[in-house]
Design a protein around this ligand. Structure first.
Ligand code: APR
Length: 242
């Protein structure tokens, strides 16, 4: 019987059934774009207009009425609402589907599509529309210094200290819809295992890179597997051997 705080890690797989492409599945984002060009500081310096256009396309996708939270997002919001201890949702995703599903304690370790950051004054800004190389910072007024508030390869993910504090205190670690390719997120399960105090569970379409590190795993589409797992946790059903 699990009692205590829960830490959930999500990746692009949880948003796939909402119509947002994953990165490494067949036909995924990195099969159509070179990540060196659109998701690194070097690529941004080489061609900022290309990078801004890449994120503008993805930001516009969030406006599509067909892109909305799916049952997996909604189940995690239910778990946060009904669980008697804190639930921290650490997401690698830069979309806002967890928030739109009702999750409140969401930590975007790779940043957010709907935010910009001014490289002149450092302010993080809400940003709904297109961002260009001429965009003005609404805080300091400088032109051409606003970039997507997204963590690129080679940059440090956000709020890592807070994440590891939560991992060290959790009673359950749940990983959903991530391939386990990208660190430090891919290392969270090993960190929890080292402490040896909390069950680690993977919910994914297929075994991730770190599958062998999880005590338990349930495979299938997130919109099916996640609501069922949340029901199991909330009804206090035993998770079985961990
Ligand atoms: N339900 C559950 N899991 C799914 C579904 C689905 N409907 N569809 C795909 N998946 C799984 C895939 O099997 C895969 O393991 O989701 C995972 C997606 O893996 P990636 O495309 O690698 O995405 P992610 O793990 O989130 O990538 C991590 O890499 O490119 C960077 O910053 C980017 O945050 C991203 C990070």
């Amino acid at each position: 019987m699990i009692q205590g705080p829960i830490v959930i890690l999500t990746g692009a797989g949880i948003s796939q059934e909402s119509g947002l492409d994953t990165f490494r599945c067949a036909g995924g984002v990195w099969s159509r774009h070179d990540l060196e060009d659109v998701a690194t500081p070097q690529g941004y310096r080489r061609n900022p207009a290309l990078v801004q256009a890449f994120y503008n396309d993805r930001r516009r996708q969030l406006e599509d009425a067909a892109v909305r939270p799916n049952p997996a997002h909604l189940a995690l919001a239910r778990l946060e609402r009904d669980w008697p201890a804190p639930v921290l949702l650490v997401t690698q995703n830069i979309d806002d589907l967890h928030e739109r599903a009702g999750s409140r304690a969401v930590l975007h370790m790779h940043g957010e599509l709907r935010k910009g950051r001014c490289e002149a004054c450092g302010r993080v800004l809400e940003w709904a529309g297109d961002m260009t190389v001429e965009s003005l910072c609404p805080a300091c007024g400088k032109a051409g210094r606003v970039r997507p508030h997204v963590v690129w390869f080679g940059e440090v993910p956000l709020e890592m200290e807070r994440i590891f504090q939560a991992l060290d205190a959790c009673a359950l670690f749940l990983s959903i819809g991530t391939s386990g390719h990208v660190y430090p997120a891919a290392g969270f399960v090993a960190h929890v295992r080292e402490r040896g105090l909390a069950p680690t569970v993977e919910l994914n379409l297929e075994p991730s890179q770190g599958a062998s590190l999880f005590h338990q795993a349930f495979y299938g589409p997130a919109s099916d597997v996640v609501p069922r797992f949340v029901e199991t946790v909330l009804t206090g059903d035993d998770l079985g051997p961990v």
